[in-house]
Design a binder for this molecule. Structure first.
Ligand code: ATP
Ligand code: MG
Length: 255
């Protein structure tokens, strides 16, 4: 569905340039859940922006269903690292913005928005403003906003980074449940090893900046992945392997 071919990205700076990505190659199949795992600053957000056409790479190309992306694609849902809700709009109206951008039928979008609000446990909050919600609730609104136009491809940039561990765990379980029903394709960026394994069909591990694919680790754990999976031998073996890759790259230091 989505193919990254020799993607490179150099940002111009005042004194020269910053090389964020170098020769990144991999494919995401239709309906696949792919997580991208890498240290801070290795180019993960850059990579997602390139994948949606919001940023043009300085080398290489991205193909969506065989066609090269040259401008922002509408078929994608994007959950940003920072939730970016509009403070002057209510929960419902923040979600409805997607329909406005795309000229979708207002009534149909509203029905879908209300259904999503219910699914993420925010029923009764639809007319509240972002500042009346907790951080976790705000992030749930931004997930609804990314889903309301029913994109086949969903990009998520560390969507749970600002959440506490318990909320994070619940959001992970909920996201997997939604994905198992909708069968959309998800590209999910994180720097949490457990989260990367628990969500993924495959984990793409990036090197420190400039980001490059270090290894792609397939994950074959049974779904849904409940709390017990974390104690299974297969999960622990995967975690050990990925931890070793990071130690090898000098990112985790045990001395
Ligand atoms: N618009 C920009 N202009 C110049 N440099 C940029 C720009 N955006 C990102 N960079 C640089 O590119 C590199 C990768 O940034 P990016 O935000 O993609 O990293 P990341 O992996 O998402 O990091 P984090 O995990 O902290 O979110 C960084 O060194 C950053 O300084
Ligand atoms: Mg980032």
């Amino acid at each position: 569905m989505l193919r990254f071919e020799h993607i490179g990205m150099k940002y111009k700076t005042l004194t020269g340039y910053t090389e964020a990505l170098i020769d990144v190659n991999f494919d995401i199949n239709d309906g696949e859940f792919v997580t991208v795992l890498g240290p801070s600053g290795c180019g993960k957000s850059t990579f997602l922006f390139i994948g949606t056409g919001l940023t043009q790479p300085t080398s290489g190309k991205v193909l969506l269903d065989g066609k090269e992306i040259t401008k922002p694609v509408k078929e994608v849902g994007f959950v940003f690292q920072d939730h970016l809700l509009l403070e002057w709009r209510t929960v419902l109206n923040n979600i409805m913005i997607q329909g406005e951008f795309r000229n979708l039928d207002k009534n149909i979008t509203k029905v879908k928005a209300m259904e999503l609000i219910r699914q993420v446990g925010l029923e009764g909050f639809e007319n509240k403003y972002p500042w009346e919600l907790s951080g976790g609730m705000q992030q749930r609104v931004s997930i609804c906003r990314a889903l309301v136009h029913e994109p086949q491809l969903l990009m998520m940039d560390e969507p749970y980074g600002a959440l506490d561990a318990l909320t994070r765990e619940q959001m992970r379980v909920d996201l997997e449940k939604m994905w198992m029903q909708k069968k959309n394709t998800i590209l999910f960026v994180t720097h949490d090893i457990d989260e990367a394994i628990l969500l993924a069909d495959k984990v793409v591990i990036l090197t420190p900046r400039p980001g490059r694919v270090k290894e792609i680790v397939p994950v074959d754990l049974p779904r849904p992945r409940n709390m017990a999976v974390k104690e299974s031998g297969e999960f622990l073996a995967l975690r050990k392997r990925i931890t070793e890759i990071f130690t090898e790259m000098g990112i985790l230091n045990e001395d």
